[in-house]
Design a protein around this ligand. Structure first.
Ligand code: COI
Length: 354
């Protein structure tokens, strides 16, 4: 039996709910009243707390700041028709968090701390879970190294926190994406599969350059020849070519996305053929040109299912089909949303109703 943990709760003096405009919720900017925190010291997790959301005091020497020992996750809680709250596939995010931790030489977080911390936090901030269509409570687990020490070594101390932020989809319309052929997001044997801060840091400069050229997002390619498509950095990538759902296979350079996995399962269940394999840039560009590539989208917790409208490659722009005509991805996206929001039966057992 899983032990019920003792979580110390310090309630916020006042709620910010009444001054929060739920019609204006840019991704990741508005936080709920509380956060959950725990500390790893002397080889164990301790100080489980729910605290008013706010600054965490820290030494400027903590190793996370200097050497990047920091990992995170992203999952969402959805308001159900009966008013209850459901967290989607929390077990997958928990598993991936600990995979990232192992790769970054960080301690794993016990399941009961992750899950009970999450349940306690959502329970106390229950009113913050939006009920508008396509909105959800985004949950951000994070762990970072807190040894105040400038030597290069795995830290002995860590902070784990759960932050929650009500939000709509990360992207608001079909994306114009650029296939990146100069910079890379991840390399074989590196940390691309881990959800660690440095993967995002190294993507920022190429992303800023692409934004100046009018793109919304990058499509990362392999670091050897820029020949194969990997992922989008904020989401995985999925294509429909000749009626089959095709997505780059998971490898050491690609994040094993929970939304990607969910879409694959839903597609197979709906009788759509799925291929997880290497996808070449050539195949995608030729597919657009000859009409065999009919759909392309990004899939992620924050991004949900975001259609790709245009792809830029080596200075040329390739316009894709009108996204409203994309029956496979729109059909799967609807089914996915219906399950998350409790409008369709949860055949796969993905919803954790709190
Ligand atoms: C998520 O989808 O949860 C992510 O972590 C992507 C984020 C970097 C926007």
């Amino acid at each position: 039996m899983i032990e019920t943990l003792d979580i110390n709760i310090v309630k916020a003096e006042a709620t910010r709910l009444s001054v929060t405009d739920f019609s204006q919720l840019p991704f990741g900017k508005v936080f709920t009243d509380h956060m959950f925190t725990a500390d790893y010291e002397d080889g164990e997790w301790k100080n489980l707390q729910i605290l008013p959301y706010g600054p965490i005091p820290m030494s400027p020497a903590i190793s996370a700041l200097h050497y990047g020992q920091a990992i995170f996750e992203g999952l969402k809680a959805y308001r159900q028709p009966d008013g209850k709250i459901s967290v989607f596939r929390a077990d997958k995010n928990f598993e991936r968090f600990n995979k990232s931790a192992a790769r970054m030489s960080m301690p794993s977080i016990p399941e009961e701390i992750f899950m009970q911390g999450l349940a306690a936090l959502i329970n106390i901030d229950e009113k913050w879970v939006p009920s508008q269509e396509n909105y959800a409570l985004y949950i951000r687990p994070v762990m970072f190294a807190t040894d105040p020490y400038l030597g290069v070594k795995a830290s002995d101390m860590y902070k784990f926190a759960l932050l929650t932020t009500p939000t709509g989809p990360y992207y608001s319309s079909a994306l114009k994406v650029k296939i990146e052929t100069e910079y890379t997001r991840a390399d074989e044997g590196g940390v691309g599969f881990a959800k660690t801060a440095g993967n995002y840091a190294r993507s920022l400069y190429p992303f800023e350059q692409a934004k100046k050229e009018g793109f919304d997002q990058l499509i990362w390619t392999d670091s050897i020849n820029h020949e194969y498509i990997e992922e989008a950095g904020t989401a995985n990538l999925i294509f429909v070519i000749n009626g089959k759902l095709i997505t780059p296979s998971i490898r050491s350079t690609v994040l094993d996305g929970v939304t990607r996995d969910t879409i694959i399962k839903l597609a197979k269940d709906a009788g759509v053929e799925v291929e997880e394999r290497r996808v070449s840039v050539k195949e995608v560009i030729e597919g657009i040109e000859n009409g065999s590539l009919t759909e392309a989208f990004a899939a992620g917790t924050a991004a949900t299912v975001t259609q790709i409208g245009e792809i830029g490659y080596l200075g040329n722009t390739y316009k894709l089909t009108d996204s409203s005509t994309r029956t496979i991805s729109n059909g799967i996206a609807k089914k996915l949303n219906d399950i998350r929001y409790g409008l369709a039966s949860d055949e796969f057992g993905w919803n954790w109703i709190l």
